[in-house]
Design a protein around this ligand. Structure first.
Ligand code: SAH
Length: 314
């Protein structure tokens, strides 16, 4: 999902845009990003893959191998124009062949401010997520006051709603929780409000870490939510440390990190992952089963999905 992370200088205005993404070797990605920058009136970002390098403080390094190019092009983009764009990119001196270009319509790119108009109070079971500039109702015991700043996560996105619902249903007071890809911290705060005495909130994006720290302070939950920049190591790292793990990132990152998430869970612990559409759900289900998780189920909100699962008790 476009998480605001690593995002480019987003063009303003409320016009609809087409997001183009393509993942390829870093040197080829640089060529493609440069060419798209010259060809489009929109913005282009180059997002390298990251690799965690330290199991204790979740630090990570940028991987030399592959990167994602993300470009925003003014809509509409007719099939003829898409074909012309592809033809133009195939003339570049790329080392490998040009992979499939993925397109997605984006309504509104000026997310730094315009999202505020769409951020209204949200209720999920006992949880109430409200914008920091609107007061909570008295009596909303489980209220979360949020200002996402530049980070992703007002609670309005279907994937966030799915994760909030899973947390509300499954998180018991006393559970220790890992929120991987915390964004604004919304899921970590929800778990803490529901009684988790310790929530580790991790994100690779420094803006997200900053937003989460502010939101944790705003909600007076500094003693419960621990925020750090980083991620889980795909192969090493924490073992049987959490009762609940949530990650709302993307099917690619989720599939890659599911074995690590499985290891990080205590026996009997539960997991909820999201950040993907229905067409990727079975891939994530398979990755969850491959990671040794049981009771794997798919939940859906609009065209978005979450996969929930449990680690066997012994
Ligand atoms: N949890 C929030 C935000 C989800 S957006 C919500 O549910 O609304 C996904 C977040 O994951 C972004 O902030 C992004 O920076 C972060 N992210 C992406 N890849 C990651 C990785 N490998 N490890 C940890 N965080 C990652």
């Amino acid at each position: 999902m476009a998480a605001g992370a690593n995002a480019c200088a987003a063009p303003g205005g409320s016009a609809a845009w087409i997001e183009l993404t393509v993942r390829l070797a870093l040197s080829d990605a640089e060529l493609v990003a440069d060419a798209l920058g010259a060809l489009t009136a929109g913005a282009v970002a180059l997002e390298p893959r990251i690799q965690t390098s330290d199991e204790r403080d979740f630090a990570y390094t940028v991987e030399p191998g592959e990167a994602t190019v993300r470009a925003f092009l003014p809509a509409p983009l007719a099939p003829r124009e898409r074909r012309a764009l592809r033809r133009r990119l195939t003339t570049l001196p790329l080392r490998g062949s040009l992979p499939r270009l993925r397109y997605r319509a984006v309504e509104n790119l000026d997310w730094s401010e315009l999202w505020r108009e769409h951020f209204t109070t949200l209720r999920i079971g006992r949880l109430v997520v409200h914008p920091s500039w609107e007061p909570a109702n008295e009596g909303d015991a489980l209220a979360i006051s949020l200002d996402p700043g530049q980070a992703f996560g007002t609670g309005q996105h279907p994937t966030t709603r799915l994760c909030l619902a899973a947390i509300e249903r499954e998180c018991a007071p006393g559970d220790t929780v890992l929120d991987l890809g915390t964004g604004s911290g919304v899921l970590a705060l929800a778990a803490a409000r529901l009684g988790a005495p310790r929530v580790d909130a991790l994100d690779t994006d420094p803006d997200a870490v900053e937003s989460t720290r502010e939101n944790v302070r705003r909600n007076g939950l500094e003693d419960r939510v621990h925020v750090a920049r980083g991620s889980l190591h795909p192969e090493r790292g924490v073992v049987e440390a959490y009762d609940f793990v949530v990650a709302n990132i993307s099917s690619g990152v989720v599939c890659e990190l599911l074995p690590a998430m499985g290891r990080a869970l205590r026996p009997g612990g539960r997991l909820a992952v999201s950040g993907f559409m229905a067409d990727r759900a079975q891939e994530v289900v398979a990755a969850a089963r491959g990671a040794g998780l049981a009771e794997v189920a798919v939940e859906q909100d609009e065209e978005w999905c979450a996969v929930v699962a449990r680690k066997a008790s012994s």
